[in-house]
Design a protein around this ligand. Sequence first.
Ligand SMILES: *Cc1c(COP(=O)(O)O)cnc(C)c1O
Length: 353
Amino acid sequence: MSEPSFFRPAVTKMAAYVPGEQPPPGKYIKLNTNENPYPPPPQVVEAIRAAAAGPLNRYPDPVATAFRRAAAESLGLPGPEWILAGNGSDEILTILVRGFVGDGERLRLPYPSYVLYRTLADIQGASWEQVQFDADWKLPAAFGEPADGLKLVLLPNPNSPSGTIVSPAEVTSFAETLNCPLVVDEAYADFAEQNCLHLVAQHPRILVTRTLSKSYGLAGIRFGFLVANPDVIQELAKIKDSYNCDGLSIAAATAAMGCRQWLAENCARIVASRDRMTDELVKLGFEVTPSHANFVWCRHPGGQHGAIYEFLKNQQILVRYMQFGDWGDGLRISVGTDEQIDACLMMLKKFLA
Ligand SMILES: *Cc1c(COP(=O)(O)O)cnc(C)c1O
């Protein structure tokens, strides 16, 4: 006889979030989870080394003050009190959902987009509603409509898997009609020409999250942050773990904030590779959504996206095959080095031949 479940019903009912495959390093050309194909700035590695030689028996700064000062300076924010540091921006999203969305309440997200938001609602015993993008990846006015029980709206911008962007003007108009905070998840904003950071000071309902995982090449250290009004930051800080960021990652992230030049050059390089990859995919007959991020969303008129994914995987190339029910499926391919892109293109050509 089996034990009764001691778990909360919300947990028993929910499905687990499934992150992209993370095989041991070396075996695959890895174009499936939008990591930076290049190593992080050398100053960051040096800062981790120096921190590892430091007093590891002591707890880190609970609020990552050095990082917040450096980030405020680097981003031109009024001060560190506008920033909350987190163990990856996924933790920041968890803190936001815990802070704003309770049992029986609801969050809103666009569709198709980042599935993790739904998992975070599920954990809370909350529900979620999705507003579908138009055929040209515009969001309808319904995305900004207020509703009873709606407590938080989340918008990845640039969006994943499409790489498309909603303009700051549109974001503002959604925030103005909503009756709850609007979180702009800017995990990929460093690759785009526009972002919504400046809106935070102008509009108290707009919050922005950022991560060091993509543009800074630091997915391995887990560091992200929120930019919001100081009183919002203070409330949310009550929810976080006391020492949510460890000393090594605080040191790394602080050093990274001083690497603006590196960031600009790295992003420019990835954007150039992305545009070339887009052109080549189009030549192979793919429909490619113009991207503002470090990945592209593509579909082939012949379909077979699952088969293409499997074929590439057999050739040691990992991309992301994504299915969105009735909406359809496709491939999300991260921008790798030019060499990795060429290997991927060659195999696609072979598959299609
Ligand atoms: C990658 C990604 C994140 C997660 O970033 P971490 O800081 O690594 O947790 C958040 N949002 C979106 C849309 C992402 O693609």
